[in-house]
Design a protein around this ligand. Sequence first.
Ligand code: C5P
Length: 222
Amino acid sequence: TEALQVAIDGPASAGKSTVAKLVAKKFGYVYCDTGAMYRAITVAALEAKVDLTDDSAVTNIAQQTLIKFLPGDPVQRVFIGDQEITEAIRQPEITNNVSTVAAIGAVREELVKQQQTIADQGGIVMDGRDIGTTVLPNADVKVFMIASAHERALRRYHENIAKGITTPLDKLQAEIELRDKKDSTRKVSPLKQADDAILLDTTKLNINQVVEAISEIIRKKQ
Ligand code: C5P
């Protein structure tokens, strides 16, 4: 069996990271959550009180911020230098501002470079918006994961309830749809299915079924 590059893209809250993490574990591959990297830059920029519409100031932050994941960390903690930001990157303020940061071309250039370096390590499962189109255009397996906006909002709603966050369902769905719109209409590497990606609609599938579907695609390529 060969160590492959697996690219998983799709809209917000489609379950990409949950599934990608499990697939990586199953095949012994490295997992990289590229959304966490854009979120980390958003945390750093807001902490530095930088205006998020100031492209060059945000780009400076992106170039100076050392985002760290610990190799093989089962809970995928995220750090900026020594500061743990695992929880900070999931706060609503970050979620609702990250698409502004991610639309800046020079920020993407910096993070894409880092992502390609991470992927050079060998077998990798990477999830995001532009992995199959831009970061790893030669990935062995490309999956574009979708689900209805209502189903995605419901999944996020249940996750939130478990964490004690009580944002109403319709507000969550509106936020998800707005973020997708921003991500799909930006000029640089918009969210888009790669021509050679397999479309996987997970609306009616549970996590195990999605993991199994992707595992089957990987096995066929190995
Ligand atoms: O995947 P997640 O929802 O954590 O991503 C957060 C945001 O980061 C996305 O809404 C998008 O704006 C940006 N992103 C991106 N390209 C990626 C991964 C995430 O633009 N490869």
